[in-house]
Design a protein around this ligand. Structure first.
Ligand code: KIV
Length: 265
């Protein structure tokens, strides 16, 4: 279902939770297309999860476009949100329009996501909406600002910080963001923001009261045995599954058991 008004409908608030998962490639997108997950986010987390960088900052617009195209080919029926990467929209409103427009034109994604809640970001959200580009916001731990935060740390703790975040969420929602990610904030603040704004909130480490949840696909599948932040529930152990499968393949090649008659012409 590719309809922003349905997938992220404010009317779902309090009634039906929204499930979002990240994806970076065709093969997994093809599997996700067969699931009921509500939406796919092509996140710039691919800079860390796929490319192995220590932050999302090195990711380019061209790389995001490349991955989003692959995901669209695998998941033609899913509502796809694509991240605009660091410095593709923060430099000016015009750059933001060009980057968002390029992403929409070249990838057939359904919406873009940008980070932050400043007046500039809210203005950009409103202008993009006006020209026909739906925008998802992102508050809390916004990974493109990791160096300001001094690491991937919980945000919105304390009176000043939580009040600021709530104000930014209200401003983003009023500017026309159809939804927003709330990342790594106290559950109580996730609840407060979700109850205060029209746009559905999508939490990651933001507690159970957000209007939906998002996880990085690789994380929920358990591909990295050593990655276990508090907010992450692993729904599989792909690390062991892949290791066992490749181990068995290796052994059978060595022993000559594979390929046997069944796999030969
Ligand atoms: O880049 C990403 O994958 C994200 C999610 C973690 C929300 O922004």
């Amino acid at each position: 279902m590719r309809n922003v008004l349905k997938v992220f409908s404010p009317e779902k608030k309090g009634k039906e939770k929204i499930s979002v998962v990240t994806c970076y490639d065709y093969s997994f997108a093809k599997i996700l297309n067969e699931t009921e997950v509500d939406s796919i986010l092509v996140g710039d987390s691919l800079g860390m999860v796929f490319q192995g960088n220590t932050s999302t900052l090195p990711v380019t617009l061209e790389e995001m476009i490349y991955h989003t195209k692959a995901v669209r080919r695998g998941a033609p029926e899913k509502f796809i949100v694509a991240d605009l990467p660091f410095l593709s929209y923060q430099t000016s409103i015009e750059d933001g329009i060009r980057s968002a427009g390029k992403m929409m034109k070249e990838t057939d994604c359904d919406a873009v996501k940008i980070e932050g809640g400043s007046d500039f970001i809210c203005e950009l959200v409103a202008i993009l909406k006006q020209i026909g580009i739906p925008v998802m916001g992102h508050l809390g731990l916004t990974p493109q600002s990791v160096h300001v935060f001094g690491g991937h740390k919980i945000q919105g703790k304390g009176e000043e910080s939580s009040t600021k975040l709530l104000k930014e969420a209200e401003a983003l929602s009023s500017s026309g963001a159809f939804s927003m990610v709330l990342e790594m904030i106290p559950a109580e603040l996730g609840k407060k923001v979700s109850e205060s704004i029209v746009a559905p909130t999508i939490g990651i480490g933001a507690g159970p009261d957000c209007d939906g949840q998002v996880l990085v696909l690789n994380d929920l599948l358990g591909t990295d045995a050593s990655f276990q932040p508090k907010f992450l529930k692993k729904f599989s152990n792909l690390h062991s599954i892949v290791k066992d499968a490749v181990g068995n393949y290796h052994r059978e090649v060595k022993s000559g058991e594979f390929p046997g008659k069944d796999h030969s012409f």
